[in-house]
Design a protein around this ligand. Structure first.
Ligand SMILES: [Zn+2]
Length: 265
């Protein structure tokens, strides 16, 4: 890969696998909230998602419901700006922020990037315009300026079929050089996005709870299935991603417990 790809954990939650998947062992697993920084050509710095928000959440009763279902563990050091600074990265140097979707564990650090261009899907824009409890969006986590922030909204008709190692996906080439493809990974949320970085690492967002859980998607229990935007598409997407993994693409889900900071480069 040309460029460098790094991972930061910005808070976490935990869940019992047996309550999520039929037939899974009773294993309580911690799911860190991953943020991924790509340093590419010409000073481009692309952040994929922003982790949990630190401090108090001004999110009312919807926030209370969310926190009860998926209790976050967030400390001040989990703030994405702190994580970057601790790695000698100035948050203001981030040129683009991709939002895979709007769930709280992905947008909590949006407020730290007022000068970046946000890369989002039409589906995300739709959700933002009419958030519902089921969509799991807490608009109070987003700063006031987000509506008017610089945005690159990816239209549905921009996603072109593309064959990656024998597997067909629908993608938008963000910079026109193949270094950073936004990939349509439908199911989890309306317009849910992944990113294929350097042709070799797929940031799969919440297309699955973990890269080792892709094959378990058809065994999702009723509640975790009900909170997917399109549960059938979720299962199909997991199958497609498993195909990419079999073909040698490194698949990284947002909540994978990764040990190293450097993913590639
Ligand atoms: Zn999510």
């Amino acid at each position: 890969m040309t460029g460098r790809l790094r991972h930061y954990a910005c808070g976490s939650t935990s869940h019992d696998l047996a309550s999520m998947f039929r037939g899974a062992p009773p294993e309580r697993r911690r799911f860190p909230s991953g943020v991924f920084l790509y340093d590419g050509a010409d000073g481009r710095r692309v952040l994929f998602d922003t982790g949990y928000a630190t401090g108090e959440w001004a999110t009312g009763w919807r926030g209370a419901v969310y926190r009860r279902l998926l209790p976050p563990r967030v400390e001040d050091a989990d703030d994405v700006a702190r994580r970057l600074q601790d790695d000698d990265v100035d948050p203001a140097s981030v040129t683009h922020v991709v939002l895979s979707h709007l769930h709280p564990d992905h947008v909590g650090g949006v407020r730290r990037f007022p000068d970046a261009t946000f890369v989002v899907s039409e589906g995300l824009q739709r959700t933002l315009a009419a958030p519902t409890l089921r969509s799991g969006v807490l608009t109070g986590l987003l700063p006031d300026w987000f509506d008017s922030a610089a945005k690159r909204v990816l239209r549905a008709d921009e996603f072109a079929p593309r064959v990656v190692r024998g597997v067909e996906v629908a993608a938008v080439d963000l910079f026109g050089d193949g270094s950073y493809l936004l990939v349509d990974l439908p199911g989890h949320a309306d317009g849910h996005l992944g990113a294929l970085v350097g042709g070799s690492v797929l940031l799969a967002g919440d297309a699955a709870w973990g890269s080792d859980l892709l094959a378990d998607a058809p065994r999702l229990r009723t509640l975790p299935r009900a909170v997917q935007f399109d549960a059938d598409a979720y299962v199909r997407t997991a199958h497609t991603i498993a195909g990419l993994a079999d073909a040698g693409v490194r698949v990284v889900c947002s909540h994978d417990p990764l040990l190293g900071r450097e993913l590639a480069g």
